[in-house]
Design a protein around this ligand. Structure first.
Ligand code: SF4
Length: 342
């Protein structure tokens, strides 16, 4: 890759959506690192899986697979390489390891947590199961392997509503995302599905920040000049945000919506990485308003990926005790099974 090829791919990304704006000079500086990582991937038989929320130079320069947590979980099942470098957060690296126990899985971010995954541990789930013995325990994929091992089925933002609807049980305990749980209750009511749903009190610190007043202000300022804004939100946002949005979905579903709808003014209420990616793909559209950055996702850098391939720090390795791994695999397999049902 050359600096001008990288600049061509990045030039339409607004400075507000990235840690560092892309100029021809920054692209020239990034390219030697990108090319070195791509050489090492071949030498070490490694692949890079990258979430949409990481910095665009990772997505454009070194990623072999890009997606949201559900797509990357599916991709992780297909990988043939010996080593998976998961440029995202630790629970996603754990999902790859759960599905590929014999492969080396490395998470390069130096701060690869997640406010949702850290909201609940396995011990708390076990206590809740004693308290709610008749409930089916459904965990969001943003949980540790230990939490998954103690739950019945896991879901992602791509399949959460369909899986909750398809589960035979009418008593559900959903954890740990309170706001997504409130959106599930709203969506089940809209679908005419009657289930009793208990919730836990975790949240994504990035998506929680958006509120309905922001949407009202942006719509009003555009109405004055006779323009519409299409608002697209992630289901980790507050129910009032989802209610005021034109479309709600996972990052893959948001991308598919933008691919199929030629909307001009777009307000994407999710992590900045998706805004950056969409600006690069649809330069003729206007992406309006603020986006929030996830410090955990942004702790992945080209330098940390290079280190993971050259000489990974012990903390970059993902290792899971076999009893926990097999329990978590059962929970994830249940997701694939329910997601495939029609
Ligand atoms: S954006 Fe939110 S849910 Fe995603 S990794 Fe960051 S804190 Fe976790």
């Amino acid at each position: 890759m050359t600096g001008s090829q990288l600049y061509e791919a990045m030039k339409n990304i607004s400075p507000a959506a990235v840690v560092q704006p892309y100029t021809t000079q920054t692209c020239e500086r990034l390219v030697p690192l990108i090319n070195r990582i791509n050489e090492l991937k071949k030498e070490k038989n490694a692949v890079v899986l990258a979430h949409y929320y990481v910095s665009p130079e990772i997505v454009a320069g070194v990623a072999d697979y890009v997606g949201d947590s559900y797509k990357l979980a599916l991709d992780a099942r297909q990988v043939e390489a010996d080593t998976i470098v998961f440029a995202a957060v630790r629970f996603m690296g754990e999902t790859a390891k759960i599905l590929n126990p014999t492969k080396t899985v490395l998470v390069p971010g130096h701060d690869s947590g997640c406010s949702l995954a850290e909201a609940i541990d396995a011990q708390t789930v076990r206590k809740l199961r004693v308290q709610y013995p008749e409930h089916t325990f459904v965990c969001y994929i943003n949980t540790t392997a230990g939490v998954k091992a103690d739950c019945d089925v896991c879901v992602t933002s791509s399949n959460v509503y369909d899986i909750i609807e398809r589960l035979p049980s009418d008593k559900i305990f959903f954890l740990p995302d309170l706001l997504m749980g409130q959106n599930i209750i709203r969506e089940m009511t809209r679908r005419g599905i009657h289930k009793s749903i208990e919730l836990y009190d975790g949240n994504c610190y990035v998506h929680k920040e958006y509120d309905g007043a922001l949407i009202d202000a942006v719509r009003m300022s555009h109405q004055i000049v006779g323009e519409d804004v299409t608002v697209i939100a992630h289901p980790e946002c507050r129910p009032e945000v989802v209610a005021k949005s034109d479309f709600t979905g996972s990052t893959s579903q948001m991308t598919a919506f933008l691919e199929s709808s030629p909307v001009r003014n777009v307000m994407l209420l999710t992590e900045c990485g998706l805004n950056a990616g969409m600006q690069a793909r649809f330069p003729e559209r206007r992406f309006i308003g603020s986006c929030n950055m996830c410090r955990y996702m942004k702790s992945n850098t080209l330098s940390s990926i290079l280190q993971a391939l050259e000489n990974p720090a012990p903390a970059m390795h993902v290792d899971i005790e076999e009893a926990v791994r097999s329990g978590a695999e059962r929970c994830i397999s249940a997701m694939f099974r329910y997601a495939a049902k029609r």
